[in-house]
Write a protein that binds this ligand. Structure first.
Ligand SMILES: [Zn+2]
Length: 204
């Protein structure tokens, strides 16, 4: 079992080339990939609009995603948990799922003979920013879902900050990935700092 939560890849090479590593080139041996989105057993701060963000994230990858897959995935949402991918939410990922305390999503594939046979995607619904717990907005949920589904399709973390597979997890409210990158790069209207390879964000 591979645990893909917060994997900070050290950049050991002297080159500044970006890497887009893969777990497998073709992790699924069939199509469509079936998906169960568990919007029944949900935590207190689940927002029904999160379901729509999952649909958007699935569409994102069907439409080509970040361009790093060697295949075009097709998904089928089904109403049974006997599926290839199960997506569910928990109130506090760090507490409930023994993930690192700031993790916002986790993807755990079961692998047999070089293929995925099942993938569990677990998403948080918010995060502590200092002492204050802040619920994820829809844009953040979409960003997290796109990232975790990238793992479920065979992608590892990238060291390209512009790529959806770059491991940045800490967001406030509805800051978009684009803005997130600007903050990490020292955008003048917002201040941020990089901690353990991941940006911690603060609004002015
Ligand atoms: Zn990741």
């Amino acid at each position: 079992m591979l645990l893909l939560i917060v994997l900070i890849l050290p950049v050991t090479s002297a080159t500044s080339d970006y890497n887009y590593p893969k777990i497998f080139d073709h992790p699924w041996d069939h199509s469509p990939i079936t998906v169960y989105i568990d919007n029944k057993s949900v935590p207190p701060h689940y927002n029904p609009s999160y379901y729509i963000q999952i649909e958007k994230a699935l569409n994102y990858w069907e439409d080509g995603g970040n361009g790093k897959l060697n295949y075009t995935p097709a998904f089928k949402i089904v109403d049974s948990d006997n599926t290839d991918i199960i997506i569910r939410w928990v109130e506090n990922l760090g507490k409930n799922e023994s993930a690192p305390p700031k993790a916002s999503g986790s993807t755990i594939p079961q692998i047999e003979n070089g293929r995925f046979v099942h993938v569990d995607v677990v998403l948080g619904v918010g995060n502590y920013q200092g002492a204050k717990w802040i619920q994820y907005g829809d844009e953040t949920m979409l960003f997290i879902a796109e990232h975790e589904l990238g793992h479920a399709l065979g992608l590892e973390h990238s060291n390209d900050k512009q790529d959806i597979m770059y491991p940045t997890y800490e967001h406030i409210g509805n800051i978009s990935p684009f803005l997130l990158n600007q903050i990490a790069d020292g955008h003048p209207t917002l201040k941020g700092r990089v901690c353990k390879g991941r940006p911690l964000l603060f609004r002015e």
